[in-house]
Design a protein. Structure first.
Length: 500
């Protein structure tokens, strides 16, 4: 054999070896995680006939759209801990603001940190961890410093001084913040998108995607948007998308019949704004105020939808969409005057049902599903989709992977979801199956008789009457599910948590 033939054979063998090695390489998917504050499924892809949400609707045609996804606690800080730790609030004892999870679990491994530990570049833009109310970011989760943005913001600078909510989100101590003036509940000015934080977040995220497309390292990029969180500070063009008289108004504005007082709410977060009367003065709110607030909420949804559209466009233009898993997640639901209640902080359906879409470049798209899923399930699902090892964590780990379900195994989902909310010294623990929700109210660690709620749901998803009776077969079934859950952990106390 002459030297030329030997050389050709060697080249062929090297080529075959290269092909074989490439075949053995696992595909490193990127993750683009879109977090939206206070977003209930007010989205066209979820059947809302009024919402102008073309970007999220388009994402829905390419994703698995979970119509029955639920938060584990209907408040910003806890819901984000649920997501980023893969832990229910009742497992960690982290129910409220000012609780640093690393005081309780110093060796905790967060969702982005798990990706970082496995060779990913991890980065956060905007609101990911809740920052404010004496709660802070987690630096260990990210490869580079978090790109912070505002949640409370006004473009009208004629009014001087920091408002109460601006101060709380800037981690000004509670006592000082609560001495400040209230801010407006809405703002409608003819200004560019980037006047407000979400426009700036989208701009920076598109820039970072272009830069990341030039890198060889896979990435986990979390992009957090503030609207439709109050105040409804939204450019005028998004307000103009809606005719006020065509907006949906709440049809039922009373507490559920036979509901315990501690389960319901009035005032709270909504009352931190100038235009809002106390419930003792106006319960329910006048129709003009209700309509204005609903208008502001829908404007906020359309504004954030436009920003998501910019990010998704950049993902496509860079070619990253071919190898990137996209998740759209709302941290909890939202009440818009239903049962006379506003915002969140209860165990009822509209405060706990969330939008969740998962788009995988190699999985069948455009799937609408009623499979039940909890926020804590996202952590193990993403880890398994990206072929990362199951994390061994110091914190309790409650999530269930939905990878097999996304690949077609419809038997691998939950029969029920679980969530909680504390109030008045008691903890409300809820079990929700396809048709019912059972809520048990009881002080943690005390031998006392529990208070129960039971609701059966119709299409409007509004609780109208507590139908609890101990002898009902459905009560026995749901109590059995509830008793199978770990006993709730007492609330962690922020003894060492810093103040600024």
């Amino acid at each position: 054999m002459n030297k030329m033939k030997q050389f050709i054979i060697v080249l062929c063998l090297l080529g075959l070896a290269t092909v074989h090695c490439k075949a053995q390489e696992k595909k490193a998917y990127n993750v683009l995680f879109l977090l939206v504050d206070d977003l209930r499924p007010t989205i066209g892809a979820y059947g809302d006939p009024v919402a102008h949400t073309p970007a999220m609707d388009e994402l829905g045609t390419k994703a698995h759209v979970f119509r029955r996804a639920y938060t584990n606690q209907a408040v910003c800080v806890a819901s984000r801990y649920n997501l980023l730790l893969g832990s229910r609030s009742t497992s960690t004892g982290l129910y409220d603001f000012g609780r640093a999870f690393r005081e309780a679990y110093p060796e905790a491994i967060t969702l982005p940190q798990h990706f970082k530990n496995n060779g990913y570049h991890t980065e956060a833009i905007g609101k990911v961890f809740h920052i404010g109310h004496n709660t802070y970011n987690d630096e260990q989760s990210w490869s580079i410093p978090h790109h912070h943005e505002l949640v409370i913001e006004y473009a009208d600078k004629s009014k001087k001084g920091q408002t109460r909510e601006e101060a709380l989100f800037a981690n000004i101590p509670w006592g000082k913040a609560n001495s400040l003036a209230k801010g407006a509940a809405w703002e409608c000015l003819d200004v560019p998108d980037e006047t407000y934080a979400d426009g700036r977040v989208a701009k920076y995220a598109t820039e970072r995607l272009k830069e990341l497309s030039q890198e060889r390292k896979p990435f986990f990029l979390a992009v957090g948007f503030a609207r439709p969180h109050l105040p409804f500070s939204v450019p005028k063009k998004y307000w103009d998308m809606y005719e006020p008289h065509k907006l949906p108004m709440p049809s039922y504005q009373s507490n559920p019949i036979n509901a315990p007082n501690l389960a319901t709410k009035r005032d709270g977060e909504i009352s931190q704004y100038l235009e809002i009367p106390a419930a003792s003065v106006a319960d329910p709110f006048p129709d003009t105020l209700t309509r204005k607030l609903i208008h502001g909420y829908y404007a906020g949804v359309s504004y954030v939808d436009a920003q998501i559209g910019k990010v998704m466009k950049a993902l496509s233009e860079t070619g990253l969409d071919k190898n990137t898993i996209v998740v759209l997640w709302g941290d909890h639901g939202y009440l818009l005057g239903e049962m006379g209640m506003w915002t969140k902080h209860v165990n009822y359906e509209l405060a706990n049902r969330i939008p969740l879409m998962i788009k995988h470049p190699d999985i069948r798209s455009g799937v609408q599903t009623d499979a039940l899923i909890e926020t804590v399930d996202i952590y193990p699902t993403l880890a398994e989709l990206c072929q990362l090892p199951t994390p061994v964590t110091q914190q309790p780990f409650d999530g269930k992977s939905y990878k097999n379900f996304l690949f077609g195994d419809v038997s691998s989902t939950r029969k029920f979801v679980y969530h909680s909310f504390p109030r008045d010294g008691k903890l409300g623990r809820a079990i929700r199956n396809a048709d019912y929700r059972l809520v048990e109210w009881k002080a943690i660690g005390k031998d006392e008789e529990a208070i129960y709620e039971l609701y059966k749901y119709s299409e409007d998803n509004i609780e109208k009457e507590n139908i609890y009776a101990p002898n009902l077969p459905i009560v026995r079934e749901l109590k059995n599910y509830l008793n199978q859950q770990p006993q709730p952990h007492a609330e962690r106390v922020a003894s060492k948590w810093k103040e600024k």
